[in-house]
Design a protein around this ligand. Structure first.
Ligand SMILES: NC(=O)c1ccc[n+]([C@@H]2O[C@H](COP(=O)([O-])OP(=O)(O)OC[C@H]3O[C@@H](n4cnc5c(N)ncnc54)[C@H](OP(=O)(O)O)[C@@H]3O)[C@@H](O)[C@H]2O)c1
Length: 278
């Protein structure tokens, strides 16, 4: 039996493929554009789109477990296809947004809730990984850091506990290679609370030159983000920053409990991705 990693081109999905291979697991990988994947030849690669359940038919043959992204419109049909193909366990990259008050009415929380519910209703075993904000969101600042040594922000004092994508992948690999995390839904965060300003300062410290924060109004930030992100995401990002000013987000110890290792710091994420900012 093998494991299918959906979204093998993704930051988390790619790290899951690597982690499974290191454990000697037979891995299959899927992408909407598999020709772009650069994976070792022993990984069988398939073209599949989460919004076209039938496209998974070949990829699912003899697959026992699936690592899944939640970026899909009609989860019920896809999960039914998994069940029909005999998938025993689905490990979903969900979000801590599902645990927030009012999540069912929130654009971001509700889309993950819908996928979680579809998996629960299918009767398949599940693990829902519920990370908070990713450290990789700072990659959006790379252009400003490289070109102007500056990051424009409307709420630099917003507080987050950013998580390294490798930490999420580590937990996914444990979930996909044993039964201990079946039925579990760990909330995963980074190990420390940092304001956006402190994250910018950390980038400067790692690349060896100061990076300034340029304070923007919410309107300026919205207009800037709208150049490369859909409006619904721009609204969500700015709202999350606004609400995070002065917040004390919970720090989860789940990564350490599950893996036996301390979770990775934001600084380690910047060090791992320093070329983005140089
Ligand atoms: N950013 C945050 O703070 C945060 C917090 C909590 C949860 N999340 C969730 O984490 C995920 C992002 O993780 P990441 O950084 O690893 O993402 P990423 O690097 O942007 O990769 C996204 C992956 O999803 C796959 N994908 C997207 N739509 C697909 C579709 N229709 N069919 C098949 N595959 C599809 C892509 O595959 P192909 O393009 O190769 O097909 C790609 O491999 C999102 O679901 C996001 O909502 C993010």
């Amino acid at each position: 039996m093998s494991v299918l990693v959906v979204g093998a081109s993704g930051a988390v999905g790619g790290a899951v493929v690597t982690g499974l291979m290191a454990r000697g697991v037979e891995v299959r990988a899927s992408s909407r554009t598999p020709e772009k994947l650069a994976l070792p030849s022993e990984v069988q690669v398939f073209a599949a789109d989460l919004n076209e359940p039938a496209s998974f038919a070949a990829a699912l043959e003899s697959v026992d477990r699936v690592f899944l992204y939640a970026d899909l419109a009609e989860p019920e049909a896809l999960i039914a296809a998994f069940a029909a193909a005999g998938v025993r366990h689905v490990v979903l990259l969900s979000s801590s947004a599902v645990t927030f008050p009012g999540a069912a009415e929130d654009f971001n929380g509700s889309r993950f809730i819908r996928v979680e519910r579809a998996i629960e209703a299918s009767g398949a075993a599940y693990t829902f990984l519920r990370p908070g904000g990713f450290a990789s969101n700072a990659a959006r600042w790379s252009w400003g850091v490289r070109s102007e040594s500056a990051v424009p922000l409307p709420y630099p004092e917003a507080v987050q506990a950013p998580i390294h994508e490798q930490d999420i992948a580590d937990v996914a690999v444990i979930a996909l290679t044993g039964d201990d995390l079946i039925g579990k839904a760990p909330v995963l965060t980074g190990p420390e609370r940092l304001t956006l300003r402190q994250q910018v300062d950390t980038i400067g410290a790692v690349i060896g030159r100061p990076v300034a924060v340029i304070e923007q109004t919410e309107e300026e930030s919205t207009a800037m983000l709208s150049r490369y992100l859909p409006e619904v995401w721009v609204r969500q990002i700015v709202k999350d920053w606004r609400e995070a000013v002065g917040a004390t987000p919970s720090i989860s110890s789940e990564y350490e409990r599950i893996t036996g290792r301390p979770s990775r710091t934001f600084r380690s994420w910047v060090e791992d991705h320093a070329d983005l900012f140089r």
